[in-house]
Design a protein around this ligand. Structure first.
Ligand code: FHN
Length: 480
């Protein structure tokens, strides 16, 4: 008599646990040594080194959803483009019809990589399979893939892997391990809407997710990142069906969305920047440039270059990485507004990249009135990069509380490094004399080199806050 109640409670508990696993805080154990080889801190730091220095990457959401591009049966479907199948409750067979129209002949892997590189991005993470269950690679596991099910007959991930290798940029794969709205047994947020989706999740994991992940980790050369997502219904046992596959790529970095309580290497705040970053955890904010990850033809809600650059700097100043999304079209093109913005970011990065790559978080515990700070510390002292968003009208930049002796100060945009005068102020801190106009209207960088270990007179840092998604509709990012 009590059995159904207990079963329901257990189901609820496991559902709650799996959903919570998507949240960065509170997830318990790291992988057990029996699943992955044990790793010392030194080895871990070596594995994470390139990623920590990279700071800026390109997220690519590309799939069959770029064909309907937000419109089903002549009606616009609300929400993010790659969710159209779920939001529109499109039957499995009907959605699969879009594959026949998916022929992205304008796809040029070299051009995509060039666009990312020009913007100053150091790595790419692309959807190898999103929640719609469609593999964007030539899978031998399921015929529901871009090679076998479309007129395209090419493997874009192979081409992208070759282009990344040629141009010296790291490549990672996103893989939706739990949600799969095509293959029977795959999870679906809100539940299945088509009988064709019903089945055993364990069987789906065994017959689809595990072999496909094995394929992407075997057939595409070095895979820098594996990006799991929405661990719906992922119990510890289910996560452990996937975990050993990571051994196929010993240097791989994986995120915190596998589920089953596994924390992975990185926290992944989405569409927001946690006010104080994360303590003792690597993290990466992923963000769209407009309002969708996958292409939607009617979404013109683009963020301005200023917003995007300020986000990048803000994230770096808090110790994180920025994974900025593009959603290519069904023709295989990165939308022009994205390319334009990436070009502008690239111009800024050419001048100011030194103040982003390889930096660590600000040493200041309080917000800086004029902008943000990143730093590089060495045995002899520290280099502070002062990112000035608001150029002081009185020509004096105040650096609060810093007690170290200033060795040099100059504009990063000034190739001659003409010294800027500095003056210690009473009670700690210093001022830097600036030219009347800012070299860059969005953010200008002052390099401040100081001697010795950083010594700043300031209140202690506030205790770290749990990462919280801002409430819907609150604090919208400025669009262009
Ligand atoms: O449901 C997905 C969404 O489509 C997109 O892929 C983002 C990117 O982080 N992740 C999920 C929502 O958290």
């Amino acid at each position: 008599m009590f059995k159904p109640i207990i079963a329901a409670m257990l189901l609820w508990a496991s559902l709650f646990a799996s959903l919570a696993a998507g949240a960065p805080s509170g997830s318990p154990a790291s992988p057990s040594p029996s699943m992955l080889p044990p790793e010392s801190k030194v080895d871990r730091d070596a594995r994470m080194k390139w990623w920590r220095e990279a700071k800026f990457g390109m997220f690519i959401h590309w799939g069959v959803y770029s064909v309907p591009a937000g419109v089903y049966d002549g009606k616009p479907i609300g929400g993010i483009g790659e969710w159209i199948m779920n939001r529109g409750k499109i039957p499995v067979a009907r959605y699969a019809q879009y594959t026949k129209q998916f022929n992205p002949v304008k796809f040029d892997a070299d051009r995509w990589v060039k666009t990312a590189k020009y913007a100053g991005m150091k790595y790419i993470v692309i959807t190898s399979k999103h929640h719609d269950g469609f593999a964007m690679f030539h899978s031998k596991t399921s015929p529901y893939n871009i090679y076998d099910a479309t007129p395209f007959k090419r493997d874009p991930l192979k081409e992208l892997a070759a282009a990344c290798k040629k141009q010296g940029i790291k490549l990672g794969f996103y893989y939706s391990q739990a949600q799969d709205w095509h293959h029977p047994g795959g999870a679906a947020a809100g539940g299945h809407w088509d009988k064709a989706q019903d089945g055993s999740m364990d069987k789906y994991l065994k017959d689809v997710a595990v072999p496909e992940i094995k394929e992407i980790l075997t057939n595409y050369g070095p895979v820098a990142v594996l990006w799991f997502d929405t661990p719906k219904d992922m119990t510890k046992e289910r996560a452990e069906m996937i975990l050993p596959l990571l051994k196929l790529q010993p240097g791989i970095i994986w995120n915190n969305r596998l589920g089953g309580g596994y924390k992975g290497d990185t926290e992944t705040p989405e569409q927001h920047i946690p006010p104080q970053g994360f303590k003792d955890r690597d993290w990466e904010t992923c963000m769209t440039m407009n309002g969708t990850w996958g292409f939607k033809k009617d979404d013109h809600n683009w963020k301005s270059v200023e917003t995007l650059l300020h986000n990048l700097i803000d994230i770096a100043s808090k110790g994180g990485n920025y994974l900025l999304n593009v959603g290519p079209t069904s023709e295989g093109l990165i939308p022009e507004p994205s390319v334009e913005r990436l070009g502008e970011i690239g111009k800024w990065m050419k001048v100011n990249g030194e103040a982003i790559y390889g930096t660590t978080a600000t040493p200041f515990t309080q917000p800086l009135a004029w902008g943000r700070c990143t730093k590089k510390v060495d045995d002899a002292g520290a280099t502070l990069y002062l990112h000035v968003f608001t150029w002081p009208t009185d020509g004096k930049l105040t650096v609060p509380g810093i007690k170290n002796e200033a060795e040099a100060a100059y504009l990063l945009a000034d190739t001659e490094k003409k010294p800027l005068a500095t003056k210690a102020t009473d009670g700690g801190g210093l001022t830097i004399d600036l030219p009347a106009t800012a070299p860059d209207p969005i953010s200008s960088t002052i390099v401040l080199r100081v001697k010795g270990e950083l010594d700043i007179n300031q209140p202690p840092a506030p205790p770290p806050q749990p990462d919280k998604k801002p409430a819907k509709g609150k604090k919208k990012q400025k669009q262009s």
